[in-house]
Design a protein around this ligand. Structure first.
Ligand SMILES: Cc1cc2nc3c(=O)[nH]c(=O)nc-3n(C[C@H](O)[C@H](O)[C@H](O)COP(=O)(O)OP(=O)(O)OC[C@H]3O[C@@H](n4cnc5c(N)ncnc54)[C@H](O)[C@@H]3O)c2cc1C
Length: 314
């Protein structure tokens, strides 16, 4: 099986989901990366994760490259005929994948949490109804199969180390579709580890009661070297930024420890954190559904429990 993984460069490195997909792709056979970026160090990293070849698509400074990248990738795929092209569930990847789907006239399976080969078919797994039901979809269309996978579905592990053969691919002129440009980049200020990459996540829900109480989550996160997360209820209330939302319409996290405070455990939240290593829940309602997935539960008022925990921690 010839698998291509589309990988965008973010902050000079391959996007984390790209490395996760390269790791998975190694199970399926021969792996190449289609890299949207310019960093040589990032390309070397793709080799460390098993890419034997890298197609390098370098966008012009300040351009919005999805349309041109999709055109280049579609031409490449027509010429080289991979069996499968994998994308991550990120803004750029989805933009490119959708355009490739149209250009090649192939269906696309999105939101996959697993991928395997079954004879000549690619089979993608999707979790539906908030992760309570798994559906397997076999792609019967002509190759390449196009699959967009959820971040954190696979662990990124180096392997199959090699120095990839790099092919520079020019981005074609796609006219009006490629004329958008990036005029400003707003980087949200954040301290501590990134939510998607943190080893420990401390998340707060509506049970906090007020925006200023989110500070309790920040203090606990500070002590633990953790990132803070939140439910959609908290984000919708404007207590914290959307970038902290964990769940179906937010981020998927898989830390070693996930501490859920004042979170009921709605399935749309669980789908974004249920694969965490150890889940600890603090909720005053003993029947809260979060306790169904928690490894450790504290039934109590978080406004009493968390300050005590802060006192007890060095
Ligand atoms: C299409 C769709 C997509 C969605 N996507 C997401 C998503 O990505 N992420 C997400 O989180 N939600 C999402 N939701 C919303 C989701 O259904 C829930 O409404 C939301 O997760 C509830 O947030 P919560 O647990 O903070 O609030 P609630 O459900 O109101 O729960 C608050 C909990 O706090 C407890 N509590 C109250 N006071 C205290 C206290 N003093 N001490 C301890 N515990 C206390 C209560 O017992 C309760 O269990 C989505 C919904 C839809 C329809």
């Amino acid at each position: 099986m010839k698998t291509w993984v589309f990988v965008e460069e973010t902050n000079g490195a391959p996007a984390p989901v790209g490395l996760e997909l390269l790791t998975k792709a190694r199970d399926l056979g021969e792996v190449s990366a289609v890299f949207l970026g310019s960093s040589d160090e990032a390309i070397a990293e793709l080799g460390r994760f098993g890419a034997s070849a890298v197609y390098k698509l370098t966008p012009a400074e300040g351009s919005f490259p999805a349309a041109a990248a999709a055109a280049a990738l579609s031409e490449l795929a027509t010429a080289e005929q991979p069996d499968l092209i994998l994308f991550g569930l990120t803004y750029t990847d989805r933009d490119v994948a959708g355009r490739v789907s149209v250009r090649l006239g192939r269906p696309i399976v999105s939101n996959a949490s697993d991928i395997k080969a079954d004879g000549d078919s690619i089979v993608a797994t999707n979790e539906i109804f908030g992760g309570t039901v798994r559906v397997e979809t076999a792609v019967r269309a002509e190759a390449p199969a196009l699959v967009i996978a959820r971040p954190k579905s696979f662990n990124a592990e180096p392997g199959g180390e090699q120095t990839p053969a790099v092919t520079e691919v020019a981005l074609p002129d796609v006219g009006h579709a490629g004329s958008a440009s990036v005029t400003a980049v707003h980087v949200e200020k954040s301290e501590g580890p990134k939510l998607e990459e943190a080893d420990i996540v401390v998340s707060g829900g509506r049970g906090l009661g007020a925006a200023e109480k989110f500070e309790l989550m920040e203090q606990l996160a500070d002590k633990l070297g953790a990132a803070t997360g939140a439910t959609r209820a908290v984000v919708d209330a404007g207590w914290v930024a959307y970038s902290k939302q964990v769940g179906q319409t937010g981020k998927t996290v898989k830390p070693n420890v996930y501490i859920a405070c004042g979170i009921s455990g709605a399935m749309q939240h669980l789908v974004g954190m249920k694969d965490s290593g150890t889940i600890i829940a603090v909720n005053k309602d003993p029947d809260a559904p979060i306790f169904d997935v928690a490894d450790l539960g504290i039934v109590g008022d978080l406004h009493q429990v968390i300050p005590k925990l802060l006192e007890a921690l060095p």
